[in-house]
Design a binder for this molecule. Structure first.
Ligand code: GCU
Length: 672
């Protein structure tokens, strides 16, 4: 539909129909499990759209057929499946008794589903289907969305309308949108979803809500998606009147054991718990002088007999590091390495501050070799323009995943920390804070859909490039025509850097307005806690700007492995994009461009605004190629973004100029 409801699963008729007609005239799908049937139906539905005619459903492989096969349904499968696990798949063009057949094969039915979607992706992005020989398995075991959805229907940091969970009418009414949600997620490999906000309420663990979660789990199960819940630490006190939530109190542990058993009776494949504890006012084990490990392990013991896991968040800040909030997660968690039970993962936010437009990689990655660390990305764009700004997050995710921690020498990338290959962990995962709501287009804008898509694709394979993902997405969402894909991908690829430029250039951070985090407010200084104030982060004064995190300052750089710390100690060696994150730099210091810092800052603000202006021109040129509704939405949103990029630039420069007292560089406009 032109309102964006179909996401990247539009299944428009592909341009080279011959290619598909030759290879996908029929489907053989012997499997009978719910998941095998879902794979069959998705393939049939997609091919019907892409090929313009439904394929025949046949019993035996024949010329031009696609054969969905597992060892269980086809014992003499002509494809090797070792190394693919339960979720991986192989797609191969083979000749059987002189007939050319495309086999989509997997060890398990979930693999068939992912293989079916992969085949459609190939067909719908214009790939040749002639001699396929593809093997693919997910690098991460847990590929999860985290919904920050409240039980009252609001969504914390949601910019796409109300929650899609209709708690009032669950469990009886399971609307069709839940199935479409599961299809969209399965198509990009997501295999789990945490239904409720990390700022959890105890109610989510009461019998009525367990029944509602179970109803959703029933809808999602055929699509390989498990349900998880965020829990509030003090639930035993709030729900059952226990006098404490001390994790070492036997009554507390017994309460959670019983609660877990109750959940598993309703949801036999329940995934487990996500916990935000002792952070931003949430209760936790530290309230009882216990550690995060004490808390996580107590919950882990409760779900362990059922095969569940605990994801314990490392996003903590409160008390111990008044000089630098960026240091607290490391200070609290690093000493606990080796103390967590084997079904616990520590979930580390992308960035030690908070999902900024750019943050250097979190120092915990690589620093806890004995603990599986999960990545937590934010797909919803709390700090990146929310629903209207076009800021494609693929490059942000890619940049972090490829960052080198040097934990075990060169090549110890963040991707290799979280996929377990660096330290040999089997339990691995990645989470994305969802940007999904009840808006028709799910994500608040057509282009925000790409961030959901990119997250899923990178969770499956963190080595994919953000650009290749943007190409896939644009081809499936708009058209395979290069006249459309090329300019759209070009717009997308520079869009996040543009937002960094007009919001927080050269390593600045957290200068957004208090609470809503939307527009510029670098001048705010009067809030109760120092680390709530933008001035705490940029530290601009008459001499210069930036947060000194070297020895002469907070020494946060010491939390990185020695080769990284050494590089960051020297402003000349620090990547310029992170300069002001790590250093307080004089206004007249020279940048690589030869500009002074002051002039360079202004050129970055200007470049960000100019990029948005250029996106507007590009988009206007696409009018003949995009349907009216989606064209108009993006055109209007780019107009908003352009106006607001200028607002960011002008407000930031005007404020910083009161401190720098430097003139505008030649050729730049004074702030309005
Ligand atoms: C940010 C965000 C909060 C959220 C928190 C978290 O601070 O603004 O809304 O609760 O992150 O990740 O727990």
């Amino acid at each position: 539909a032109e309102d964006g409801y179909d996401l990247w699963l539009r299944h428009e008729k592909v341009r080279d129909g011959g290619n598909l007609a030759r290879h996908a005239a029929a489907v053989v799908a012997p499997g009978r499990s719910a998941t095998a049937l879902a794979a069959r139906d998705e393939l049939m539905r997609g091919l019907a759209g892409a090929n313009g005619a439904a394929p025949a459903l046949v019993e035996k492989p024949m010329n031009g057929a696609i054969w969905l096969a597992t060892p269980a349904s086809a014992p003499d499968l002509p494809v090797k499946l070792d190394g693919l696990g339960e979720e991986g798949y192989a797609i191969r063009s083979v000749t059987l008794d002189g007939q050319s057949v495309t086999v989509i094969a997997a060890n398990g039915d979930a693999g068939l589903l992912y293989g079916a979607y992969a085949y459609l992706r190939l067909a719908e992005t214009g790939a040749s289907l002639d001699r396929l020989d593809i093997r693919s398995a997910p690098r991460m075991k847990l590929r999860l969305l985290n919904h920050w959805d409240n039980l009252d229907g609001t969504v914390e940091r949601g910019y796409a309308g109300q929650s899609i969970w209709d708690w009032w009418r669950l469990p009886d009414w399971k609307g069709p949108r839940y199935t479409d949600y599961a299809r969209a997620n399965a198509s990009i490999g997501i295999n789990g979803t945490v239904l409720n906000n990390v700022n959890a309420r105890s109610d989510s663990l009461t019998a009525p809500y367990i029944a509602k979660a179970a109803a959703l789990a029933d809808v999602f199960r055929p699509y390989g998606i498990k349900v998880y819940l965020s829990v509030k630490w003090t639930a035993p006190m709030e729900l059952s009147g226990l006098r404490t939530a001390d994790p070492l109190d036997p009554a507390v542990a017994a309460w959670w054991k019983a609660k877990a058993a109750e959940i598993y009776r309703a949801i036999p494949d329940f995934g487990g718990f996500l916990v935000k504890a002792n952070s931003e006012g949430q209760p936790g084990p530290q309230d009882y002088k216990r550690t995060h490990a004490d808390g996580a392990n107590m919950l882990a013991a409760a779900v362990k007999p059922h095969g569940g896991i605990v994801m314990w968040r490392a996003f903590v800040y409160a008390h111990d590091n008044p000089d630098d909030r960026a240091k607290q997660a490391y200070s609290d968690f690093k000493p606990l390495d080796g103390q967590f039970a084997d079904n616990v993962l520590v979930q580390v936010k992308n960035g030690a501050i908070d999902f900024q437009p750019r943050e250097p990689f979190h120092p915990l990655f690589g620093a806890m070799p004995r603990t599986p660390l999960m990545m937590e990305f934010q797909i919803t764009k709390e700090y990146l323009g929310q629903s209207t700004h076009l800021t494609y997050l693929g490059p942000l995710f890619e940049e972090t995943l490829k960052s080198d921690t040097f934990a075990r020498g060169k090549g110890s990338t963040v991707a290799r920390v979280i996929d377990g290959s660096l330290e040999g962990h089997k339990l691995t995962g990645i989470a994305g804070v969802a940007n999904i709501g009840a808006d028709r287009d799910w994500s608040g804008s057509i282009f925000n859909q790409a961030d959901w898509y990119a997250f899923g694709r990178l969770a499956w394979d963190p080595d994919l490039s953000a650009e290749a993902i943007a190409r896939e997405w644009a081809a499936q969402t708009f058209s395979t025509d290069a006249k459309v894909v090329d300019p759209i991908v070009a717009m997308m690829m520079g869009s996040r850097e543009a937002a960094v430029d007009y919001m927080t250039p050269l390593g600045l951070s957290h200068v957004m307005g208090t609470g809503h985090h939307y527009g510029p407010a670098p001048w705010i200084s009067e809030l109760a806690r120092p680390e709530w104030n933008p001035v705490y982060y940029h530290k601009a004064d008459a001499q210069g700007i930036g947060f000194d995190r070297t020895k002469t300052g907070s020494n946060a750089i010491a939390q990185y492995a020695p080769p990284v710390a050494k590089m960051l100690a020297d402003p000349k060696k620090t990547p310029e994009r992170d300069l002001l994150w790590f250093h307080h730099v004089g206004w007249d210091a020279k940048l690589k461009s030869g500009d002074t810092l002051w002039n360079g800052l202004i050129r970055h603000y200007d470049a960000g605004v100019a990029y948005v202006a250029a996106m507007r021109r590009t988009w206007d040129g696409l009018r003949p190629h995009v349907d009216a509704e989606r064209f108009a939405q993006t055109q209007a949103f780019l107009g908003i973004q352009h106006r607001e990029a200028k607002w960011w630039r002008d407000a930031s420069i005007a404020y910083f100029q009161t401190l720098s007292k430097r003139p505008m560089p030649p050729g730049t406009a004074a702030p309005e």
